[in-house]
Design a binder for this molecule. Structure first.
Ligand code: BEZ
Length: 222
């Protein structure tokens, strides 16, 4: 069963390139991203893990712990890291890669892709992105097939959006980027919004006459 938004992260203890990891203890009190891979020594995965290695300071800036998972053992992961760092100059895979050689964790998290089958006829693990909040609940998931590499700029963008919602009760509109206007969430009354947003908000007039599109400057930008 795939994880649903709001579900608590399944707990697990597994080997990783950083030794044994207890997932709940690892993420305790932080935002965390778990992203999965079909296999070590595969081309698309190699590019992705390198990109994440380069983006680590961006994840750290946002207080997000990073953890990867791939369906091979730790020895294999350690050998693969040399290739990843060589392919992406400047990348350091200093975050843990969890070993899931039996795909037990992939099943537990609902990450399998029935369309991509390995030589033994077993479904490969898809490219899942799971972002958990400090309460260990799932805030966002994106699932890509094995053949499509992820866009980690987009992953950082959605983390910024999630954290704005968690901290300031704003939503982010289509194609939002850092510094753009945000939207007051519909659950907030105008009175509550006036108190909450010292910079104020504007209500956009629309043909229906309903006052539901309310824009406010990004709260954490001066
Ligand atoms: C890759 O990482 O390149 C890949 C892995 C499994 C299936 C297809 C592509």
């Amino acid at each position: 069963m795939a994880l649903k938004l709001g579900d608590t992260a399944p707990s697990f203890v597994a080997d990783s390139t950083h030794g044994t990891i207890d997932f709940h203890k690892y993420i305790d009190g932080s935002w965390a991203i778990l992203f999965s891979h079909p296999n070590d020594f595969t081309p698309v995965c190699t590019t992705e893990l390198g990109a994440v290695g380069k983006f680590l300071p961006e994840f750290e800036k946002r207080g997000v712990k990073v953890i990867a998972l791939s369906c091979n053992d730790v020895e294999s992961h350690k050998g693969w890291i040399a290739d990843i760092e060589s392919y992406t100059p400047g990348a350091k895979v200093s975050y843990p890669i969890v070993a899931d050689p039996t795909r037990e964790l992939a099943v537990k998290f609902g990450m399998l892709d029935p369309e991509e089958i390995d030589g033994k006829g077993v479904p490969l693990t898809a490219r899942a992105v799971y972002i958990f909040g400090p309460d260990k609940k799932l805030k966002l998931s994106i699932l890509y097939p094995a053949t499509t590499g992820r866009n980690f700029n987009e992953v950082l963008r959605v983390i910024d959006s999630l954290q704005l919602t968690a901290n300031y009760s704003v939503a982010t509109p289509v194609n939002w980027n850092q510094g753009d206007k945000c939207m007051v969430v519909p659950s907030l009354s105008n009175e509550a919004a006036k108190e909450k947003f010292p910079k104020g908000f504007e209500t956009v007039e629309v043909p229906s006459g309903k006052s539901y599109i309310r824009l406010t400057p990004q709260p954490n930008v001066d």
